[in-house]
Design a protein around this ligand. Structure first.
Ligand SMILES: CC(C)(COP(=O)(O)OP(=O)(O)OC[C@H]1O[C@@H](n2cnc3c(N)ncnc32)[C@H](O)[C@@H]1OP(=O)(O)O)[C@@H](O)C(=O)NCCC(=O)NCCS
Length: 263
């Protein structure tokens, strides 16, 4: 989506930057690793397809992504006015990514049909005007691609910072999905994780996601996890975790592409 096109998120532990063309060669190299593709349920792509994918991440309103980067050394946090593309996020500093896919909140539709519909009623034609805002669910993915950086708290830092941004911009992240006259609301956040990926399950439990049906995986052997509390409350929870994790002073900064290759 366009929302974060010029936005970087800076914290003492991690820097998140928009996915730009200069990140593609490194990203493509990461995804050559079969284990990483399996863990993230990703397909192998050619470099041309990865450039197309990068354009999709930028333009499609149903996707939001950032690249996760080791932050530059900064003596005084407030001195840093912008993040310089190609320099602050040079290939050697890139470690992973985090993203969100938006889709209709099916669980919510199920609940409504259970409550309000009678046999034979067809709810497919109900106007969103009558129903109120469309309920949109966001599905999260996170990856620390460089294995030497795993297990150091950077997956958690990436996820917390991303969630804080999404929750702060709850209305804006779904606004691009609305046609004329429609409104939408982000109703829940969820994640699907392979049952053997204990690290990722532990990470998401740690920040407040819960298994929908503990002990049961879906057809693909994945646990489906979600945020059970209202997102207003989850935002307060995540802000508290960021404070505890020494990241409460994170800031949104301009992502500056005016210097070619950061020079
Ligand atoms: C899953 C992944 C993102 C975790 O990132 P990471 O940087 O290695 O994890 P962190 O060091 O930030 O650990 C964060 C939390 O995860 C949990 N965790 C980590 N290792 C764990 C393990 N072996 N078992 C259970 N929980 C674990 C802990 O709760 C930990 O928090 P704590 O240190 O406060 O206790 C990373 O390992 C990765 O990218 N793996 C490959 C791709 C992948 O599997 N992505 C997830 C797809 S859904």
């Amino acid at each position: 989506m366009k929302l974060n096109e010029d936005t970087a998120l800076l914290s003492p532990k991690i820097l998140l930057v928009p996915y730009d063309p200069h990140h593609v060669p490194t990203y493509h190299q990461w995804m050559e690793d079969t284990a990483l593709r399996d863990a993230t349920a990703s397909e192998g792509l050619s470099i041309e397809e990865e450039y197309n994918m990068q354009r999709g991440w930028r333009l499609d309103p149903d996707k939001l992504t950032f690249i996760s980067v080791i932050p530059p050394a900064i003596e005084n946090e407030t001195d840093k006015a912008s993040i310089i593309a190609g320099s602050d996020d040079a290939a050697s500093r890139m470690i992973g990514d985090v993203n969100l896919f938006f889709q209709e909140d099916d669980d919510d539709e199920d609940d409504e049909s259970d409550e309000g519909m009678e046999d034979g009623d067809d709810n497919s034609a109900l106007s969103t005007d009558l129903e109120g805002p469309r309920k949109i669910a966001g599905e999260v993915e996170v990856m620390i691609a460089r294995s030497e950086y795993r297990g150091r708290g950077l997956g958690k830092a990436t996820l917390l910072l991303f969630l804080a941004y999404v929750l702060r911009n709850r209305e804006e992240v779904v606004a691009g999905l609305c046609k004329d006259g429609e409104t939408a609301t982000l109703s829940t956040l969820k994640v699907k994780i392979n049952r053997n990926n204990h690290q990722s399950i532990g990470l998401f439990e740690n920040v407040g996601f819960r298994k929908k049906t503990p002990g049961t995986t879906n057809y693909f052997g994945e646990y489906e996890m979600c945020v059970e509390m209202p997102l207003e409350q989850f935002q307060v929870h995540i802000d508290g975790l960021l404070e505890e994790y020494g990241m409460g002073n994170w800031r949104e900064l301009q992502y500056d592409r005016s210097l070619p290759n950061g020079h």
